[in-house]
Write a protein that binds this ligand. Structure first.
Ligand code: ADP
Length: 532
């Protein structure tokens, strides 16, 4: 026997319908690349999304087909999130920072039919047009010079359109991971997974949105679904302030002028904002909350924001997890903690939202479950309704028989559920059968004032299997030596973790998303041998 409640398929169109109906006048502000400011609202976004859905159908785009965006954060990009899903299509948010070979691969692999882009990316389009074999139509979001202008293109429609319906497991968006090895892999989100993920993001333990929230997301709409913010924000009917440029002075002024209460971005974004405020001799903006993730949020950043009265929500996730896995909302004992203890707790990666299950398993056999004791570290695995099952077009599932997805991260789970990441599975160093965290070594090293950046990799050692070697970029003007760094590390880490060598380099290679590429570093030093 079934229950007797109403049918209500979990489709994204409900989200935009709700926002337009219940918060129709709540503003969506955009600062465009040319410096102009425009304002629309949730009602306007819905109307434009209906027109876009109609325009896509007029081009012959069918249910399930991919429509790409190559764009920064702005209201027309937001319209596309709802317009493409509303006509049953799948939005492929292309990361403009990828290398040409990756851009070629992902657009062709996704078989994108239409590509909507910012005028700022015209050079990419000009360069790639010949190589993108499936794209039939180009639309430019903010200029009509080389392709039809978005406003004219959707403006030709009357918006009299019924959202396309179907099962809630229909796909609605695809994001590619930039991957440090091999070709990028597509992660295809569903209507249902997206909706559930956004609901989880709303709650006080995560983004803590309410109708009075004003959010300026710096995390790009082309990266990991902008952490689900465009959906969660619509559910709560918040005001959005978008900026198509990431210049800290623009972001800062927008935050002040538009009364921004919340923002979200990777640590480097916040660092740039600090530097801007220091240079100008001004205060940080009076934000209520800052969500920081994508890579580990350093302690000094947490301290400074907290002293500014800003709640720091340190989050962990990946493209494969939609992306929210854990978020660092206040714990039950928060009010009893000292300032230092609060900073310590926030420097960890937070706790799983409802819907996400985490476990750590032995790095040796990748299956024995390890205790959540706040000490033991292991390979981090995850499962839940918005976690990947299979990569786009892959022949095999990306999860084991027991349904767990292996994140490639290494961490510790504390008894209160807090996740503490310590490394990546590929980067953790095995010395004499014991594991050394390359990340902890790096964090300790960058605490030295002469060190700008540090990367630690395991190098072959005949006796110990692998031993850590630390590659260091010196700060400008610094003449720090290897011995200075070893002395600095001694009180911070176990003796047997001390690197066997410290090598100074001019630069450390990074991936397209700005993370240290240990693969490239290892390739560069493929002939390196340790003195034994
Ligand atoms: P890509 O860099 O390929 O685009 P993702 O953005 O999905 O991929 O990156 C996910 C990875 O980023 C995680 O597996 C983890 O290693 C790292 N990461 C994300 N958030 C954090 C965090 N808060 N602390 C440390 N590492 C993080």
């Amino acid at each position: 026997m079934l229950g007797a409640m109403q049918d209500w398929t979990m489709r994204i169109t409900h989200v935009i319908d709700h926002a337009a109906r219940e918060a129709g006048q709540r503003e969506i502000v955009t600062h465009w690349a040319d410096g102009t400011l425009t304002r629309t609202n949730w009602s306007g976004v819905r109307t434009d999304a209906l027109k876009m859905a109609q325009a896509l159908q007029a081009l012959g785009i069918k249910k399930g087909e991919r429509v790409a965006s190559l764009a920064m954060n702005h209201s027309r990009h937001l319209v596309s999130w709802y317009g493409v899903a509303g006509m049953g299509g799948v939005l492929h948010t292309v990361n403009p920072r990828l290398f040409d070979d990756q851009l070629e691969y992902i657009v062709n692999h996704a078989e994108d039919k239409v590509l909507c882009y910012d005028a700022a990316f015209q050079p990419i389009v000009d360069r790639m047009k010949e190589r993108w074999t499936t794209v039939e139509h180009y639309v430019c979001y903010d200029s009509g010079e080389h392709s039809p202008a978005f406003e004219d293109w959707i403006g030709a429609q009357d918006g009299n359109f019924e959202w396309v319906t179907g099962p809630e497991t229909d796909p609605c968006m695809i994001c590619y991971t930039s991957g440090t090895t091999g070709n990028p892999k597509g992660v295809q989100y569903e209507h249902r997974s997206t909706l559930m993920h956004a609901l989880a993001g709303l709650q006080p333990a995560a983004f803590n949105f309410s109708a009075s929230s004003v959010m300026l997301p710096v995390v790009p709409m082309f990266h990991a679904a902008s952490w689900g913010l465009p959906y969660a924000g619509a559910m709560a009917g918040i005001k959005f302030v978008f900026s198509a440029v990431n210049d800290p002075s623009v972001l800062h002024n927008l935050m002040i002028d538009e009364g921004v209460t919340d923002s979200a971005g990777v640590p480097t974004v916040w660092l740039a904002h600090f530097q801007y405020c220091d240079k100008e001799g001004i205060d940080l903006p009076p934000l209520k909350a800052a969500t920081i993730g994508g890579s580990a949020c350093p302690r000094f950043m947490i301290e400074r924001l907290m002293k500014n009265g800003t709640r720091v929500q340190h989050a962990w996730g990946m493209t494969e997890t939609s992306p929210i896995g854990t978020v660092g909302g206040p714990t039950w004992d928060w009010d009893q903690l000292t300032f230092e203890e609060k900073v310590d707790k926030t420097a960890m990666q937070g706790r799983p939202t409802f819907g996400v299950e985490l476990r750590i398993v032995s790095l040796d056999d990748m299956s024995t479950e390890l205790p959540r004791d706040g000490e033991t570290s292991g390979a981090l695995q995850i499962r839940g309704p918005w976690i990947i099952k299979r990569y786009f077009k892959a022949e095999e599932d990306a999860v084991g028989n027991d349904g767990w997805f292996d994140t490639g991260d290494v961490g510790i789970i504390h008894p209160d559920g807090t996740l503490q990441l310590t490394d990546r599975t590929k980067d953790v160093i095995k010395s004499g059968g014991e594991w050394i965290s390359s990340v902890e070594l790096e964090n300790a090293a960058v605490g030295h004032e002469g060190v700008l950046e540090a990367a630690c990799v395991g190098m072959y050692h005949p006796k110990w299997d692998e031993r850590p070697v630390l590659f260091v970029v010196r700060n400008e003007g610094s003449d720090v030596t290897a011995d200075d760094i070893i002395e600095h590390l001694k009180p911070l880490i176990a003796k047997w973790w001390l690197p066997d060598a410290v090598e100074f380099v001019d630069d450390i290679p990074h991936t397209a998303t700005g993370k240290i590429s240990k693969k490239d570093l290892r390739d560069r030093f493929a002939d390196y041998t340790l003195e034994t």
